[in-house]
Every structure is written in structure tokens, then in C-alpha cells.
Design a protein around this ligand. Sequence first.
Ligand code: NAD
Ligand code: ZN
Ligand code: ZN
Length: 346
Amino acid sequence: MKAVQYRTVGGAPEVVTVPDPEPGPGQVLLKVAAAGVCHSDVMVMSLPAEAIRFPLPLTLGHEGAGTVAALGSGVEGVRIGDMMAVYGPWGCGACHKCAEGKENYCLRATELRIFPPGLGAPGAMAEYMIVDDARHLVPLGDLDPVRSVPLTDAGLTPYHAIKRSVPKLIPGSTTVVIGAGGLGHVAIQLLRAMTATRVIALDVSEDKLDLARRVGAHETLLSDSSAPDKVKALTGGRGAEVVLDFVGAPPTASIAAACAGVESDLTIVGIGGGSVPVGFGSLPYETAVTAPYWGTRAELIEVLDIARGGEVEVHVETFGIDEAPLAYERLHAGTIDGRAVILPNS
Ligand code: NAD
Ligand code: ZN
Ligand code: ZN
């Protein structure tokens, strides 16, 4: 079968032919309908050899959806032909965090060398993929796999970040969303669907700011050093109750900190190497800074339910599997609006 692989450190992703996978005991084989292209892959492909925790080649794709094509021995609860979304942050299934459904925070994944598909285990950017356990599948039902596959990460990650801040997002509150890309444009819609907050979106691209307005941002600002003063002006000098940084680079972390108000939540989701100093006087009183990772399986079910209600619509641009390297180039260049989705079987 064809697969999109990251094969050599520093190289570009390549479309190659690999053996068809067969499900072992407890595993599920999916015929992949759609695989999302995430900026985290670009980050992984920029790491030096010593920072890569898994062997290459790696089949990319940590957002996956497809139909159940075959079952390994002992698998129960899914049927051949069911359309499923893959819950990506695989854990051990047995530790305290996994018992709470928080496999994204599995306490033993590192020790047991359990990796998410596309981030260590073979991923969804192939005609078929192996899912290690049926519990990592969530039925899509009547949702379109192409338009909903980004919800498994570009939806789930912002949902998890927003959910913990919902009590602060009362009418009259303000949320600043930095980076209106794959995650950010879904975050804006989730904020509108889940809360009464006013959304101010920041980006460096006018096209992305246009998308931000179309998906529900009340205000948009270019992301530069003047943005915090503009946010302060828009909030009567208070600053934002919640700041979500979907870039997480040094300049955006500084902007995020300067937009935060007293008792705000400052959540750094992007993995661009930025950080925020915390200590008395460095931030407004009781600003809580956090850097979450992905979300829980229950939260994926919740995100898919929101999408079923029609309140979140991912903007997707589709590519055939042979065009996947181009999709990565376009993502790197910042010219994908919304999410790029690879269709390995069409
Ligand atoms: P993306 O490329 O689709 O979107 C990034 C957006 O940020 C683009 O619209 C870009 O124009 C904008 N941007 C770039 N520089 C900016 C700046 N200085 N100020 C404001 N906006 C700027 O990327 P994505 O797939 O949405 O991923 C976003 C980030 O989140 C990446 O760092 C990714 O690795 C990370 N991520 C983290 C998690 C997690 O669990 N913490 C999960 C998924 C993705
Ligand atoms: Zn991702
Ligand atoms: Zn675990």
C-alpha cells in the first residue's frame, strides 16, 4: 500500500510503498478515509536526530478516520464497515490517568514506549492503518470523515483547553485566540458554541484573520507588539479573561502574557518553543499559566457531538496521497486555510 513517510532526519515527507499491515491480536485494521495534516508534524520533522524518540521511517498522520476493514483475534465492540475516528493519544489503558480516560496524560506511555499513530507508531497517512485497541476508536456515525477528521486533534486539543476555562467565560468576558490556523479556527467556533465570551483573534496573515471573522471572531488584530495595547483598549484596560496561544513561539508567548488580565487563564497550546515567566509581579495577579496536551477520549466524543449539532465546521482543503508532500509544503508556508486533509484511498 502507499504511505506518506518521514524517512530521514531533515528530509521531506515521501510517498512510498510499504507492506499491507495485518491486525494482530486485539488490533483493528482501518481503511483510511481521511488523515489530517498538523503543524506538529512540521515540528517533528525539524527536530535533530537526538531529539527524535522513535525509529524512522515513520508513517505520518495523527488525525485519522476510516472504516473497519479487519479485526484481530479477540476484538469486540466494533464491526467491519463501521466508520470510526481514531483517538490519537494512546496510553496504557490501565494507569490512574488512563482509568480516568486521560490517555493523553498516561503515566506509563514513555516507559512502555507507547506512541500515538503518526507520532511514533505508524499513522493514518496510508491506505490502511493499525489501531492498537478498539477503545481508541470512536464511531463517527453520520459525520463526514473528511470534514470531521481534524476534530480528533484540531478540535479535541482546543476543546480540552477551552473546557477548563469555561467558568471564566461569562458574558462580558474576552478571549484572545492567537493563531487562526487548523486549531485556532476550530477554537473560535468552540468558544462561540460553548460560551458567551467575546473572541479577539490574532494572526500574522490577513487571510487567516478573514477566516477567523467568517468562523465567528468578533474582533481581529494583526499579531504584533501593538496587539496587547489594542486588546487592552477593547477591554476597558482589563485585558482578557482567557488567552489561548496556538503558536506558542517566543513572540506570541510575550503577546499572550501582555494580553492577560487579573485572574486570567493563559494557555499555551502551540509548541513553538516560547515560554512565559511566572512569579510575583511578572503577570497580573493570579494569572494561571498552563500548557496542555491533546484531550481525553470522552472529550473527543463531546467534540463530535458538538459537530453533529452543526455548531463547528472545519474548513478543509483535500489532497490525494501523492500530493501529501505538497500539503506539508503549503502548511509550512502558511498557505493552508483551515486544515489540509489527505484522502489516501481516492
Ligand atoms: P497551523 O499552521 O494550521 O496554524 C498556525 C497559525 O498561526 C497560522 O494561521 C499562522 O498564520 C499563525 N501564526 C504564525 N505565526 C504567528 C504569530 N507570530 N502570531 C499569530 N499567529 C501566527 O498550525 P496548527 O496545526 O493549528 O498547530 C498550531 C500549533 O499547535 C502548532 O505549534 C502545533 O504543533 C501545536 N499543537 C499542539 C497540540 C497540543 O496538544 N499542545 C496539539 C496539536 C497541535
Ligand atoms: Zn497535531
Ligand atoms: Zn496509562
